[in-house]
Every structure is written in C-alpha cells, then in structure tokens.
Design a protein around this ligand. Structure first.
Ligand code: GUN
Length: 298
C-alpha cells in the first residue's frame, strides 16, 4: 500500500516559513510583502480561488490587494490597471486569475505584467529563465509538486519522470523543473502512442490532464511516486441529487495498491499551490528590495 503524501501538512509548514520571512521583511523595509490579485467576472471556481488566496495571504502576515472587475471589462481597462500595479512600489506580486472573459487576450495580459512581479511565473521572461536554468519566478503548482517530490525522494537524479499533460501552467514547467533536477523526462499527452506503456516506465509520474480517474494501476510501475495534479468535479449521486465530489486524474483507490507513494485529492497538490504563491510573493519582494533571506532558495 502506498505512502499517502500529505500536501496539506507540508503546505502548512511552508506557509509558516513564509510568514516568518514576511515578518523579517516587514522589520527590514517597514512593509510586509504585498500581493495584488485581479479577478475579472464572476466565474464561481475563480471566486473561490481568489477568496482563498486573499485569506491565506493575510493569515501569513502579508498584504492582500484585491481588484474585482465586471465581466464586460475591456482589455484596455485591464491593461491600464496592470500598468498601475507594475508601477506601484507597494505591490510585490501581481496575479491575474485565469480564465479571462473572451473579449480579453490572456496572453497579452500576462506579458504586460512586470516579470519581476509575475508570481504565477507565466511571463515569457520567467518561462525562458526557468528553461535556461536562471533565476525565475516558477509556476506555483509544478513547484509545489517538486517540493513534495524532493521531500519523498531526496535526489531525483537519473530517475525516469513522466509528465502527463503539456499545459503551459503545469505540464511544461513541471518537465523543466524535473530536468533541472537531473531526471530523465518524458512529456506524454493526448497524441502519445502507447501512453500506458510510457507511464509504466516512470519512477515519478505526474498527472496533469484534467481527466477524472484516467490513470489506473496498470499504468503504474510498482513502487512509483505518483503526483496527481487533477482537481475534477464529478457527479456524486450517492451523496444526494445534484451533489458533486472532487477527484483527481488518478484512480486513487486502484493506484494506491501499486504505487510507492501517492498524493490524495483533495489534500495533496492543491494546498501546495497557494503556499508556493506566497513563497513567490516573498521571493519577488526580497529580489525587488535586494534582501537576502536565510534559507530562501529554489
Ligand atoms: N486559474 C487556474 N489556475 C491558475 C493559476 O495557477 N494562476 C492563475 N492566475 N489563474 C489560474
């Protein structure tokens, strides 16, 4: 039976460390790190995420600045707000919640964020820095996965890692991070031939495809470490009419029999994402102010 990787407990330690750094920064500069979160429209999932981010930011002793704009906001208005935030010395991190409404070009918006404040790590400068091994702000979810893997494995050097999914937010940066740890990395996706066989070669399997319970026990090598990034809402009639439950991209019950360690959903990767967002906000703040904080490295 697999070890259950407790992302919730790990994230709580990380948040506590970030609260410590935030307090140090406040001592040194007079102000705690400030994170601006921009939400356009009323997407229910985004509203929950943004509320959680705000609460967790404040709980860690940092400043949370929220901007909520109506669904019909035009691109120029959003770009003007980002320009203000870029030029506001009290703002250390800027996050624009995705998805954005159709009238707004998300790529253009992301590239308009000052890269040194881009706590999502989506700006081309950060993407390029990550892929060339330079200091970058790294996307939060894959970095959270990496911290859990390092905690389980120590060194990842020479291990076979398979990343299922090739999104810009998770799959691609995850592959870059694993490569930087000297793993042998394969990215598998919807067009991959013999995908089950490819996954069976993995010592480390990271699933980030958004397909409920796709990965079964026979996709997994005995003893592999399985990281499930999926958060899928599926009908749960057993809980009553119209009820839902959350499930990952991995069939947990099935795979837990075979894997060496596995992250649950919820309580695995999910809580690591916000913890890493707070971490990126601390890192961005420290870099902007040229502060050295003991122990804060990638
Ligand atoms: N929407 C879903 N995931 C993310 C994320 O990591 N960052 C942002 N900005 N929006 C998201």
């Amino acid at each position: 039976m697999a070890t259950v990787i407790d992302g919730k407990a790990f994230s709580e330690k990380l948040v506590a460390d970030m609260a410590g750094y935030a307090a140090q920064i406040k001592e040194m500069t007079g102000e705690a790190p400030g994170l601006a979160v921009v939400l356009v429209g009323e997407d229910p999932a985004s509203q929950v995420y943004v509320r959680n981010k705000g609460e967790r930011t404040k709980a860690a002793g940092m400043r949370s600045i929220e901007h909520r704009l109506p669904e019909d906001t035009d691109e120029a208005t959003l770009l003007a707000l980002i320009d203000d935030l870029n030029n506001d010395d009290a703002i250390d991190g800027i996050l624009v919640q995705l998805p954005l409404p159709d009238q707004i070009n998300a790529d253009k918006v992301i590239q308009s964020i000052a890269h040194e404040k881009d706590v999502d790590g989506f700006h081309l400068m950060n993407v390029g820095a990550l892929s060339t091994g330079q200091d970058a702000l790294v996307p939060c979810t894959p970095f959270g996965c990496l911290l859990l893997l390092r905690d389980q494995l120590g060194s990842l050097s020479g291990m076979n890692a398979v990343v299922l999914g090739r999104s810009n937010i998770v799959g691609k940066p995850m592959a870059q991070l694993l490569l930087a740890e000297n793993a042998t990395v394969t990215i598998a996706h919807s067009r991959t031939k013999n995908i089950e066989e490819v996954c069976r070669q993995a010592d480390i399997l990271v699933a980030a495809v958004g397909r409920p319970d796709m990965v079964k026990a026979d996709w997994v090598k005995d003893g592999a470490i399985v990281i499930d990034v999926g958060i899928n809402r599926v009908p749960a009639p057993e809980r009553g009419e119209g009820k839902f439950r959350l499930t990952g991209d991995v069939d947990y019950q099935d795979v837990a029999e075979k894997a060496g360690a596995i992250t649950p959903v919820p309580g695995g990767v999910g809580p690591m994402t916000i913890a890493c967002l707070l971490r990126n906000t601390v890192v961005a703040c420290a870099r902007r102010h040229n502060l050295t904080l003991d122990g804060l490295t990638n």
